[in-house]
Design a protein around this ligand. Structure first.
Ligand code: GSH
Length: 220
């Protein structure tokens, strides 16, 4: 969907939170400009940027005069404003709450149990500094969350039924790195089938399946 005005996301493509926003926007059919900000690109601590995002983090959305930070808030705004009120982010508030409980779980429990405790330790930390016992304990804790996901996905294609919703964006963007990094994973057929289902979506391939070597510690 081309909006009459330009919508911009500030944030580097290698940021998982930027990836969630760009993927979700693409699933909504939105045509959004993305500007590289953060990490090697810098630009996230300028006075102009800090007015939009006082935390100096990415992503930040600009839609006309409105700026929004926090990826989940951005996605809810885009889905509420530009969605069609259908499966992705329904107008009915009970249906929405059923989706939002999983979106919120993904944001506050699932993703935080992966990003710093596993991804950063395996990819962004040198071998010498990586405590392997700690990493294994972190993987085991994350596996517990994947067990809940395995139960939820049993008998359905997506987290909240047979259509993609906001909950899938919040959960699914984490899975690319989980399945890509060099670790031992327990077999979990339902989550694996779900990941393959997501991997076939062009918007997922374009915005989430992005090489992260730029983030890698040279001695990881
Ligand atoms: N809760 C925030 C977290 C934002 C965040 O931590 N962003 C990271 C990238 S994923 C960041 O800005 N890192 C600094 C940088 O890229 O320079 C959100 O979901 O938007």
């Amino acid at each position: 969907m081309s909006t009459a005005h330009k919508i911009t996301v500030f944030g580097r493509a290698s940021s998982s939170n930027v990836q969630a926003v760009m993927w979700g926007a693409a699933e909504l059919g939105l045509d959004i400009d993305r500007v590289d900000i953060g990490h090697i690109h810098g630009g996230n601590n300028t006075p102009e940027y800090l007015v939009m995002n006082p935390h100096g983090l990415v992503p930040t959305l600009k839609d006309g005069d409105l700026t929004v930070f926090e990826s989940a808030a951005i996605l809810r705004y885009l889905a509420s404003t530009y969605g069609d009120g259908g499966d992705f982010w329904p107008t009915d508030l009970s249906d929405r709450a059923r989706i939002d409980q999983w979106a919120e779980w993904a944001k506050t429990s699932f993703a935080p149990a992966f990003t710093a405790p596993i991804f950063w330790l395996r990819v962004r930390t040198s071998v010498d500094d990586c405590n392997e016992d700690q990493l294994l304990a972190n993987i085991s804790a994350f596996e517990g969350k994947l067990d809940a996901l395995e139960r939820q996905l049993t008998g359905q294609d997506y987290v909240c039924g047979n259509a993609l919703t906001l909950a899938d964006v919040m959960v699914g963007h984490v899975l690319y790195r989980w399945f890509d990094i060099d670790i031992v994973r327990r077999s979990r057929p339902v989550v694996e089938a779900y990941y393959h289902r997501l991997s076939k979506r062009p918007a997922y391939q374009q915005h989430v399946c992005i090489n992260y070597d730029i983030l890698r510690d040279p001695n990881a």
